[in-house]
Ligand binder design. Structure first.
Ligand code: NAD
Length: 252
């Protein structure tokens, strides 16, 4: 993307953690930012943080699992700002526990939010990005868990699906100058980082040999990033038009 100034960006699940970090980085770069989330109090808190930083943000209460509500939100953003240029499908939930013990509700919930939520974002907002014909970018937040084993089977499964979906969409949209990225963060301080739990000792025991040895070193060292550092990484990826945006330099 040549010039982020004035571009309209939507970040789902943007009222906390990485999403808020991305929204702040986008706003600092001059984009007009819309943050969606489920909880009114988190959206209010996000509006306060932006105001303290002399930045503008528009917040909307929308659940990513509700396609009709997502489409209504996309219409509202278009009515308010006239266009959509960047979409970050960031909303997600963490889920731990052995796969064999997962309940039907566990399966449905993690698939609904982490996979279907990304699909709903694409189906609701891609028509708005297409409408102006100037290209754009869609970032889907996956995880390091999609690229190397961590101890959270259902979560990893959904994040692998997000990578596959992003690759397919990237091919679908090649001729439209709409970039698609899978963003695969390593540990970033947030609510989810507490839930999923990165366990380097289990990773070491697995004997998994990643193609790049720096993966192993990275996993042992567990260097956490802040959400704002992660947000800056995503902004730079969008500006470059990356297909993959990996959080840690060790991933290169
Ligand atoms: P977080 O809990 O702060 O952020 C997740 C956000 O998604 C929250 O604001 C939450 O309210 C929102 N959300 C959840 N379900 C939703 C729904 N149905 N509709 C709308 N919003 C919903 O945690 P985070 O770490 O900032 O997570 C952001 C993304 O990054 C997630 O997709 C997560 O899987 C991914 N991720 C995080 C890490 C990490 O270490 N923190 C690592 C890899 C990937």
């Amino acid at each position: 993307m040549d010039n982020p100034h004035g571009k309209v960006a939507v970040v789902t699940g943007g009222s906390s953690g990485i999403g808020r970090g991305i929204a702040l980085a986008f706003a600092r770069a001059g984009m007009q930012v819309v943050v969606t989330g489920r909880r009114a109090e988190h959206l209010d808190e996000t509006a306060r943080v932006f105001a303290e930083n002399d930045l503008a943000v528009h917040t909307m209460r929308v659940d990513v699992t509700d396609l009709a509500a997502m489409k209504t939100a996309a219409d509202e953003v278009e009515a308010l700002f006239g266009r959509v240029d960047v979409l970050v499908n960031n909303a997600g939930i963490g889920l731990t526990g052995p796969v064999v013990d997962a309940t039907t509700d566990d399966w449905n919930w993690v698939i609904d939010v982490n996979i279907r939520g990304v699909g709903n974002g694409i189906q609701a907002f891609l028509p708005k990005i297409r409408a102006h014909g100037d290209g754009g970018h869609i970032v889907n937040t996956s995880s390091m868990a999609a690229l190397m084993p961590i101890v959270a089977g259902l979560y990893s499964m959904t994040k692998g699906a997000v990578v596959a979906l992003s690759e397919a969409l990237h091919i679908e949209l090649l001729d439209e100058r709409i970039g698609v990225s899978a963003y695969c963060p390593g540990p970033v301080h947030s609510n989810i980082a507490e839930t999923v739990g990165h366990r380097p000792e289990q990773y070491a025991k697995s004997g998994y040999a990643p193609p790049n040895p720096s993966f192993s070193e990275f996993a042992k060292a567990q260097p956490y990033m802040t959400a704002e550092e992660a947000g800056e990484r995503v902004l730079q990826g969008v500006l470059r038009g990356d297909m993959f945006i990996l959080t840690h330099p060790e991933f290169k």
